[in-house]
Ligand binder design. Structure first.
Ligand SMILES: C=C1C[C@]23C[C@H]1CC[C@H]2[C@]1(C)CCC[C@@](C)(C(=O)O)[C@H]1[C@@H]3C(=O)O
Ligand SMILES: O=C(O)CCC(=O)C(=O)O
Ligand SMILES: [Fe+2]
Length: 379
């Protein structure tokens, strides 16, 4: 186990005042060519990316959803067996023949490219504000003052509640104006496709955990999720910086589509492994909230994104999360008696607030949150 995994979690405000008083400006069009990078982007020695020979590739089982989607019994049992093995070990698998139109995926990558290539001032019309999880962030220069990620992100909320049909287009209309109506429609369509796929994966997870296939689909049918575009500009010091630092996703399930550049790494069996990009696959990983819902059986695993000196990289991440007020409590089939509960009951709204106001998501988020919650409920 590397030394950085042994540090005990401490709860401190996520937004540090130092970074707000004296914010650095991350303008990628300029910084991507700089041979010396600001100190705030240099990661500590024990967290720096490894720059020797390329890391070994992680075997991320490709799950063929074709047979599963048409309810073929053999295909369903094969898929659930592979998913079960992967989720007990590290929580990462891929899905192929997922039924999502490649034109929609390409269109989403195209509009993302268009957005991030706009001048900084234009992008800042959607500026993410302190304590909020939606909007545009050029690195997290006004949120943190060290270990800054070498990335720009654009995040927005998606809700599967039928009353929220226009949430995404309305968001873009409000923050970016009329010219972004096509943008908003593509994003809504992409999120709807992700919502559908996430419910299929929830059926698969129900089966692989040996409980009813509808247990998790019911739980997530009115999900309140986060869609995020990640853009990693080239960095002339890729051995010192990180696109996204080591973390476990606090959310329930992440559906990631990466372009063909590569940079995603997962920490398994004491070392970093790369996950090769594949345009017809989505990389799926279990997040902390689903780990808690499965009573710790399925793992939320440490991962990060490294950067390179020559090619910008893009990824689309859909973070599935339950409706804000749903209580995360494992189904009784997964808990023999109350002593076997690993995490306390919580709501996604409290956990989300914890990651935005009290704790910078890292490899210990769920543990730090559980301890914080136990203390809060004690007094
Ligand atoms: C609830 C969330 C917090 C983060 C965005 C969503 C899902 C993943 C989290 C994050 C990506 C984990 C790594 C650190 C983080 C700060 C980031 O680099 O973007 C996290 C997100 C966040 O707090 O904005
Ligand atoms: O861009 C990637 O490959 C991973 C990003 C990630 O882990 C995240 O956004 O949570
Ligand atoms: Fe992540």
């Amino acid at each position: 186990m590397p030394p950085f995994l042994l540090t005990s979690p401490s709860v401190s405000p996520t937004i540090d005042t130092k970074s707000r008083q004296n914010p650095l400006i991350f303008d990628a069009s300029f910084l991507q060519n700089e041979t010396s990078i600001p100190q705030q982007f240099v990661w500590p020695e024990d967290e720096k990316p490894y720059h020797g020979p390329p890391p070994p590739q992680l075997y991320v089982p490709p799950i063929d959803l074709k047979g599963f989607l048409s309810y073929e019994p053999i295909a369903m049992s094969n898929a659930s067996r592979l998913v079960d093995l992967a989720c007990r070990k590290h929580g990462f698998f891929q899905v192929i023949n997922h039924g999502i139109d490649s034109r929609l995926i390409n269109e989403a990558h195209k509009i993302m490219e268009y957005f991030f290539r706009m001048p900084l001032l234009e992008k800042q019309r959607a500026q993410r504000r302190a304590g909020e999880y939606c909007g545009y962030a050029s690195s997290f220069t006004n949120r943190f003052s060290s270990k800054l990620p070498w990335k720009e992100t654009l995040s927005f909320r998606y809700s599967a509640d039928p009353q929220c049909l226009n949430l995404v287009p309305d968001y873009f209309l409000n923050v970016m104006g009329e010219d972004f109506s096509h943008f908003g429609r593509v994003c809504q369509e992409y999120c709807e496709a992700m919502n559908k796929l996430s419910l299929v994966i929830m059926e698969l997870l129900g089966l692989s955990l040996g409980i009813s296939y509808s247990c998790f689909t019911d739980f997530y049918k009115d999900n309140d999720s986060i869609m995020r575009f990640n853009y990693y500009p080239p960095c002339q010091k890729p051995d010192q910086a990180l696109g996204t630092g080591p973390h476990c996703d606090p959310t329930s399930l992440t559906i990631l589509h990466q372009d063909n550049v590569g940079g995603l790494e997962v920490f398994v069996e004491d070392k970093w492994h790369s996950v090769a990009p594949c345009s017809n696959a989505f990389v799926i990983n279990i997040g902390d909230t689903f780990m808690a819902l499965s009573n710790g059986l399925y793992k939320s695993c440490l991962h990060r994104a490294v950067v390179n000196s020559h090619t910008p990289r893009k990824s689309l991440a859909f973070f599935l999360s339950p409706r804000m007020d749903k209580v995360i409590c494992p189904p009784k089939e997964l808990v023999a008696d109350d002593d076997q509960r690993i995490y306390p009951d919580f709501t996604w709204s409290t956990f989300l607030e914890f990651t935005q106001k009290h704790y910078r998501a890292d490899m210990n988020t769920l543990e730090a949150f559980s301890n914080w919650l136990r203390n809060e409920t004690k007094c």
